[in-house]
Design a protein around this ligand. Sequence first.
Ligand code: 25A
Ligand code: L14
Length: 340
Amino acid sequence: MTEKTFSVAVAGATGAVGDQMIRCLEERQFPVKSLKALASKRSAGKRVRYKGETVLVEELTEDSFKGIDLALFSAGGSTSTRFAPHAAKDGCIVIDNSSAWRMDPEVPLVVPEVNPHAVSDYTRKGIIANPNCSTIQMVVALNPIHRRFGIKRIVVSTYQAVSGTGKKAIHELFDQTRDMINFLDIKKDVYPHRIAFNCLPHIDAFLKNGYTKEEMKMVHETRKILEDTDIGVTATTIRVPVFFGHSESINVETDKPITPEEVKAVLGKAPGVKVVDDPSTNRYPMPIDAAGQDWTLVGRIRKDESIPNGINLWVVADNIRKGAATNAVQIAEILAEKYL
Ligand code: 25A
Ligand code: L14
């Protein structure tokens, strides 16, 4: 790591992801000169902890970024749309966790294990986008397979934790679960239906084509990160009553012949991936094991016996860490080491 230090701002510091961004800066010993915690007016005056010290939360305004080198944003799409250009104008590089800038051709969309070279395009707008949580863990697992066997088509179904929606959704699952087992009436606020003891085939808004935005993000972002517009991707995204950790059932069809043994060997050496695959001892990836760590866990590696060249996988990762905060801090590390 470089000797230089950086003034860093976290926008959305009181949110589920913003809080974890601060933890990741601390854990990974990012060279922070000063830390500024930003949130909406509602949270101004609250305090967050950083390295045993208390940092006062300030209201995010257009002038928040003067003298700041790097800003990590996780305050929702409309906040990023509005404030990221002001930060960039003041010479602050933005790493944005919302969907606002991801598909902008002038904004790199980066997963450090997959396309770290794309970071260099940060100079075009002063913004780097962090992909969607479900996309990140999928491309970490599939990029090594794509490079070796050539992926033609991906069919993915997700089982997504409520923490992706933020703190309010974490409370909603907790409260509904508690009320259900006490035979009380439940309250719904964040999701249109009960999430406790249920599954919702609905993440983010529905589009005209019948898919949800979350499903189409997986299609477009995967192609952009893998730098291959020919890959077919079709997704179904499901909310499940899990607090932390997204799971994905992934089917891939490849150009070249492929076997489970070869996939295990390739993934055994892949950055960020841990193969957890031993059915004889009931070992396979689960959200309870993924939560709180940064590996993308891959298991249930099987041949798709219905086509000549196909594989099935089960991929699990912590959506708040690798799916959001860790990935953003890894991008900051590349910037600090190579470009600043
Ligand atoms: O939910 P929001 O609005 O996007 O807010 C998230 C963070 O951004 C801040 C907000 O501060 C919080 O720190 N923020 C929002 N609007 C802002 C603005 N105009 C803003 N900061 C500056 N200017 P806060 O003080 O508003 O919020 C404090 C707590 O209240 C929750 N909250 C936010 N908006 C609320 C609200 N509560 C009630 N009503 C509202 N309208 C907020 O919830 C925080 O706890 P949160 O954790 O947990 O929000 C998580 C956001 O992050 C996104 N997200 C989660 N995972 C991912 C992700 N985005 C991309 N990738 C991921 N992997 C969620 O979708 C959600 O938007
Ligand atoms: O990053 O789980 O585009 O409700 C927006 C929806 C993150 C997850 C994004 C959810 C997603 C979020």
